[in-house]
Design a protein around this ligand. Structure first.
Ligand code: PLP
Length: 391
């Protein structure tokens, strides 16, 4: 999506479609056929869906029957949370308790709210990581029979800062307390290892468009022995776990994109080095702040800002110069909202409204990184320091 005059630096919102994904999706669309039909065209579509399922399962260390295709990351996160809550609630006398990190994306947070169960918030630290000690202490004394099964919802990587969360440790603590762990890996997929066994997760939600696949397709991985209740009913597709005719073209494109992005995992250190170099340049502006920089992070994402330089003004200044980035968690309808993540990290409210996110990936060039630094530094240097403004 970048060319000689524009620089697309918003991969965390959506990554450009990979050529492999486009080709696979077009091929699937040309094929036609409903994968539930038993005639020849249907069987071909079914084969494509199942091959794609196998590829996605292999990429995340799951078995094919553990993969449920959805309409994207939001549906996967909703289904994960509500599917776990409803299944646990129907099997036990006490309702489950959801432990949700303060950093979760609304796809998880709003679903937890809708579930109507007790929700305990896992606080975040200034580093951008959750306060794991808090979770460990609460779960160590947890009596699941008396207080309800704990369902821990923890994202693998944050969508604003890219900070990677201690999912394995949280999963061990949840399991020791008789609970389960639900992981939103939408941002992490293709950018760090996402593996059911390594993470110790019971559920993993992923999305196609963040890895260069088509938008509107995702998957929920549900470990074989994890409690799960479906939420969408009809034709019984996805082994009854999610009714609805599969998005064959989307699924084929998603699988092709994930195969390509997983091949690039070893090369991501280069992307991280370019991101670090960019942050080094931004810091030449004395008041620039980079959020989450001291924690382990995804390689292609940076969240930064400068007090007194409103996020919307920064985004516009960059956009005028053809550089496309996001303000806050700009997942929804162009709204610029105050960042929930930075708020949870305890960042000063005046600075929260001045944070933007630039994110990079498979097609990013050195020119993209340089354009962010050049344009931002020029614009930021035009903003007078606070002390001068006050004078
Ligand atoms: N979870 C996280 C962490 C995200 O960043 C996003 C989207 O940005 C989602 C869930 C929702 O994914 P989708 O856009 O595929 O609905």
């Amino acid at each position: 999506m970048s060319d000689r005059t524009t620089h697309y630096c918003d991969y965390a919102a959506t990554a450009p479609l990979r050529p492999e994904a486009r080709e696979a999706a077009l091929m699937a669309m040309a094929l036609g056929g409903n994968p539930s039909s038993i005639h020849g065209a249907g069987r071909k579509a079914r084969a494509l869906v199942e091959d794609s399922r196998d590829a996605i399962a292999t990429a995340v260390g799951a078995s094919s029957r553990e993969v449920i295709f959805t309409s994207g990351g939001t549906e996967a996160c909703n289904l994960m949370l509500l599917g776990a809550v409803n299944a646990v609630a129907s099997k036990s006398t006490r309702p489950p308790v959801v432990f949700m990190s303060a950093l979760e994306h609304d796809a998880v947070a709003a679903a937890a709210e809708m579930a109507g169960m007790e929700v305990q918030t896992i606080p975040a630290l200034a580093s951008g990581m959750i306060d794991f000690a808090w979770l460990q202490t609460v779960l160590a004394g947890w009596d699941a029979e008396a207080r309800g099964t704990p369902i821990v919802a923890l994202m693998l990587a944050n969508n604003e800062t890219g900070v990677i969360q201690p999912v394995r440790a949280a999963a061990d603590a949840a399991h020791a307390a008789g609970g389960v762990v639900a992981v939103d890996a939408v941002q992490a997929l293709g950018k760090t290892q996402v593996h059911l066994g390594v993470l110790g997760a019971d559920y993993i939600a992923v999305s196609g468009h963040k890895v260069g696949g088509p938008m509107g397709v995702g998957a929920l991985i549900v470990r074989d022995d994890a409690p799960f209740a479906p939420r969408q009913f009809g034709g019984g597709q996805e082994r009854g776990a999610r009714s609805g005719t599969e998005n064959v073209a989307g699924i084929a494109g998603f699988a092709a994109a994930l195969k390509a992005s997983n091949k690039e995992l070893p090369a991501l250190a280069t992307l991280a080095a370019k991101r670090d170099e960019l942050e080094g340049r931004l810091r030449q502006q004395g008041d620039a702040v980079v959020f989450g920089a001291d924690a382990p992070r995804l390689p292609g994402i940076t969240c930064f800002g400068r007090e007194g330089f409103a996020a919307s003004t920064q985004v516009m200044a960059l956009d005028l110069a053809g550089v496309m980035v996001s303000a806050g968690a700009a997942c929804s309808s162009g709204k610029v909202r105050s960042s929930k993540t930075l708020g949870a990290m305890g960042v000063d409210a005046a600075l929260v409204g001045c944070a933007i996110r630039a994110s990079f990936g498979w097609a990013s060039t050195d020119e993209d990184f340089n354009a962010v630094a050049d344009v931002w530094l020029t614009a930021a240097n035009r903003i007078r320091p606070r002390a001068l403004n006050a004078a």
